[in-house]
Ligand binder design. Structure first.
Ligand code: FAD
Length: 263
């Protein structure tokens, strides 16, 4: 069985600074880490590998620096790592990102399951998983918090959505996105960390993938989303008043608000 885990390198959101003048995240102001949800995705793949045997491939699209995230994935137990990187891909929105990622997966060939995080802590759209499956024309299940059964041809998993649990069965090849509740990611050992420094990283550039798209379909040109403005929303303070003894006065106030607000 072959499992591809989608990993994004993100800035440490606890430390990163926001440049309010330019309206952008100042990525140089903080270190980077693997998107926390993607560590859950990797852990889910490693558990499957332990139980039924699998080759786990960590894949990222990002700048050359994203290689660090892949080395960490190898240190945690991934068998292979793929870095998709090229200046042509800079400025990609989620659509262009998904187009490139799915092309990279096509290029790698045979796979059974793709596991992505539910969302990232920086972009936070939760769109890439579903869009990758669309480009690959395979089914997907989102918000997976438990895997009940998995083989090369089928997966049964539980998704938690709005307080409800949904047991779903999907034919593979397919894609799932996982929540934080699915597991607790393992830490790499010192020995694994050392070994990961020398591990080979498979690199894919625009040249390697151009059979799947034209240069107009990726990067800024291939991104229909444009950001008109970024701002930190104003925090609106809420006020409340408690009526304990004078219930009639409380009732009158509520009726007055309802009338005034035309509810
Ligand atoms: C107009 C525009 C321009 C942009 N320009 C840039 C830019 O120049 N540089 C830049 O870094 N970002 C840029 N972005 C942001 C970029 O589009 C998003 O970071 C990217 O598409 C992922 O979206 P997300 O973070 O919302 O991921 P989500 O959809 O929330 O992620 C869900 C899951 O998908 C997987 N995933 C997401 N991204 C990747 C990835 N890159 N590789 C592998 N797996 C992934 C992970 O498993 C993740 O948990 C731009 C966005 C817009 C709208």
């Amino acid at each position: 069985m072959r499992i591809v885990v989608l990993i994004k390198q993100v800035p440490d959101m606890e430390k990163v600074k926001f440049n309010s003048e330019k309206g952008i995240v100042d990525r140089a102001s903080a270190g980077t880490e693997i998107n926390p949800f993607d560590l859950n995705a990797l852990e889910a793949a490693l558990v499957i590998k332990e139980i039924i045997g699998a080759e786990v491939v960590a894949l990222t699209m990002g700048p050359p620096k994203a290689e660090e995230a892949l080395r960490e994935a190898i240190a945690r137990g991934a068998d292979k790592a793929v870095l998709i990187s090229d200046k042509y891909f800079g400025g990609s929105d989620t659509k262009a990102t998904s187009h490139v990622i799915s092309s990279g997966i096509k290029r790698l060939g045979n796979f059974h399951l793709i596991i992505a995080g539910e969302k990232t802590v920086d972009g936070d759209t939760g769109q890439v998983g579903a869009q990758v499956s669309d480009y690959l024309d395979i089914p997907y299940i989102t918000y997976v918090s438990r895997i009940e059964e998995v083989s090369e041809s089928v997966i049964r998993s539980v998704s938690e959505i709005w307080g409800g649990e949904y047991l779903k069965e999907m034919k593979l090849p397919g894609l799932i996105t996982v929540t934080k509740d699915i597991n607790t990611p393992r830490l790499p050992s010192f020995k694994q960390k050392m070994a990961s420094r020398k591990a080979e990283i498979i690199r894919l550039s625009y040249e390697d993938l151009k059979e799947y798209f034209s240069s107009d379909e990726v990067g800024i040109k291939g991104s229909p989303t444009w950001v008109s403005k970024i701002e930190v929303p104003e925090v609106i303070k809420r006020e409340g008043k408690i009526y304990r003894d004078d219930i009639d006065a409380g009732l009158e106030t509520i009726l007055h608000i309802i009338a005034e607000e035309r509810i």
